[in-house]
Every structure is written in structure tokens, then in C-alpha cells.
Write a protein that binds this ligand. Structure first.
Ligand code: NAP
Length: 273
């Protein structure tokens, strides 16, 4: 709280609320609590957090004292490893409505509520205009756009009961640039960006809904050296990001209450090239 108080009182004069709060020390913690979500003690669900970026987000939140609900579809052993002794694992295919409902019942039973949802689970499959099939569309739209929407719908019910909440959607810079070789994937992430804005409007003021659009961070296992090189070349910073770059953006969005409907590009400048 000391560090946060310092940050707030250093803020420009437009933060007059803090100036007014300073001579009333008893009120200050109440006002701070209303303006900055403290991760410590909060309950966080991170979808697709058995591996890769979702895993790093879950571990970072646990390190900051969150109680983590580690969601997985097929990677049970890895999910249990992330959850450790204090967290809990929840299995669900997020395209299965009943499974999703059961997962949220489980979270309520285990933790008594929910404060933070990070929609990270996703599928990524190449398909261009000439060869995309209805299956490509259904699979990617359902997993990357529809599933985060319904996870958020369930989460919002629990968050509203607590009077606050943070929903973070992990999108992709492809959702704005629309890659021709990954057309249904790109459109599914564009839809997620639209979902992000729609939910920000729907769930204000109690719940803030924001997105992160990563650039190249962790390549798919089947990427060739040529594909990796080309992805890096198409950033301004000429290197891939790291999962920690995404984690930093997640923490920023949780700890700042005056952002909603935002999309933060963590892409080495890819989106302006
Ligand atoms: N990696 C990058 O460089 C990069 C770049 C841009 C955007 N992003 C975005 O960042 C997020 C994390 O990326 P990532 O590469 O770490 O993800 P990922 O490895 O592609 O997928 C994460 C997890 O999603 C889960 N999943 C897939 N389909 C599911 C379904 N139907 N139901 C439930 N879970 C499902 C899988 O869980 P199981 O293993 O348990 O089956 C998988 O481990 C994604 O939203 C991705 O689009 C990543």
C-alpha cells in the first residue's frame, strides 16, 4: 500500500481526490482500494493456463498472492504443476457450454467467487481464402471469440456479486492486420476485439474489460526457422517478445482501474508497420 500511496500522491493535480484524501488517513485506504485492484487475495481464472503464455500469467498472479483457478482442456499434468498446492485445476472444453457452466460452479464452490478472468485459451491454424473450410471457421470462431464471451458472461455474474472485476482478453495483432494465410484465425481475433469493446460497455462501471494484442512471443512448435525469422522481421523492434512482456501488460490492466474497452499492443511495433 505504501508504494501505491506514493504513486498516487505523485500523480498530477487532476487527481484531486487524492489531495483531498491525504489529511484523512483513515479514509485513504478505502479510497485506494476503490481505485486500484490489489491482486493479493483475489481469485483469478486463467483459461488455457497449463502451458506457454497462460501458464506464465497464472504463475505471476499466484506469486502476487492471487488464488488461481488453472483451466486446461487436455494438459492435466501441466495444469496441476502450475496450480501447485494452493491453486485448483478445472478441466473444460470451452466450446462445450455445459462444461463451461460446470467449471464456474466448481470455481464458486472452491473459492466462493471470482475477481479476475484472463481469456488466454486459443487455437491457431492456417487457412487462406481459397482453402478455408467451414470446420476452420467453426473451430476458431468458437474457441477464440464465442468461448471468451461466454466465459466472461459467467465470470461477470460472480464479479458483480462482489461489486468489481477485471476481464482481460488475449487477442492478437492479427485481429487488426488480418493475415491472409490465417484468415479465419484473424477474423476470430477481430471478433474477440469487438467482444472486448461490447463487454466493456455492458459490464461498466463495476467490471473493466480490456484486451492485449501480442505480436510474436512463443512460436507454434511446427514453425520453421524461415517463418520465425519473417515474423521477427515484421516487427519494429526486430525481435520476438517474451511471455513476461504479456504478463506485465496483464498486471498493468489489473492494477489500473481507469481503463476499459482498451487494447494494448505488445507486439514490438508490428501493428504500425
Ligand atoms: N504465442 C504467441 O506468440 C501469441 C501471439 C499472438 C497472440 N497470442 C495469443 O496469446 C494467447 C496465449 O498464446 P499461447 O501461444 O500460449 O496459446 P496456445 O499454446 O496456442 O493455447 C493455449 C491453450 O489453449 C487451450 N485450448 C485450446 N482450445 C481449447 C478449447 N476448445 N477449450 C479449452 N482450452 C482450449 C489448450 O489447452 P490444453 O493444452 O489443456 O489442451 C492450450 O494449451 C492466445 O490467446 C493466443 O492467441 C499468442
Amino acid at each position: 500500500m505504501g508504494e501505491r500511496a506514493h504513486r498516487a500522491t505523485d500523480a498530477p493535480s487532476s487527481y484531486s481526490l487524492f489531495a483531498m484524501a491525504r489529511p484523512i488517513p483513515l479514509l485513504a485506504p478505502v479510497i485506494m482500494a476503490a481505485l486500484f485492484m490489489n491482486i493479493n487475495g483475489k481469485v483469478a481464472l486463467i483459461t488455457g493456463s497449463a502451458k506457454r503464455i497462460g501458464r506464465e500469467i497464472a504463475l505471476a498472479l499466484a506469486t502476487r498472492g492471487a488464488e488461481i483457478a488453472v483451466h486446461y482442456r487436455s494438459s492435466k499434468a501441466e495444469a496441476e504443476d502450475v496450480a501447485g498446492a494452493k491453486g485448483a485445476v478445472f478441466q473444460a472444453d470451452l466450446t462445450d457450454d455445459c462444461a463451461v457452466q460446470e467449471m464456474f460452479h466448481g470455481i464458486l464452490a472452491k473459492f466462493g467467487g471470482l475477481d479476475i478472468l484472463v481469456n488466454s485459451a486459443s487455437v491457431f491454424s492456417p487457412a487462406a481464402a481459397d482453402n478455408a473450410t467451414p470446420e476452420h471457421w467453426d473451430w476458431q470462431m468458437n474457441t477464440n471469440a464465442k468461448a471468451p464471451f461466454f466465459a466472461a458472461q459467467h465470470a461477470a455474474r460472480l464479479m458483480r456479486a462482489r461489486g468489481h472485476g477485471k476481464i482481460i482478453n488475449i487477442a492478437d495483432v492479427a485481429g487488426e492486420l488480418i493475415w491472409p494465410a490465417y484468415l479465419p484465425y484473424s477474423v476470430s481475433k477481430a471478433a474477440l476485439i469487438a467482444v472486448n469493446r461490447g463487454l466493456a460497455k455492458a459490464y461498466a462501471p463495476e467490471i473493466q474489460v480490456n484486451a492485449i494484442a501480442p505480436g510474436p512471443v512463443l512460436f507454434p512448435d511446427d514453425y520453421t526457422e524461415e517463418q520465425k525469422k519473417s515474423a521477427v522481421e515484421r516487427t519494429l523492434l526486430k525481435r520476438a517478445g517474451s511471455p513476461q512482456d504479456i504478463v506485465n501488460a496483464v498486471l498493468f490492466l489489473i492494477e489500473n482501474d481507469y481503463l476499459t474497452g482498451e487494447i494494448i499492443h505488445v507486439d514490438g511495433g508490428r501493428h504500425i508497420l
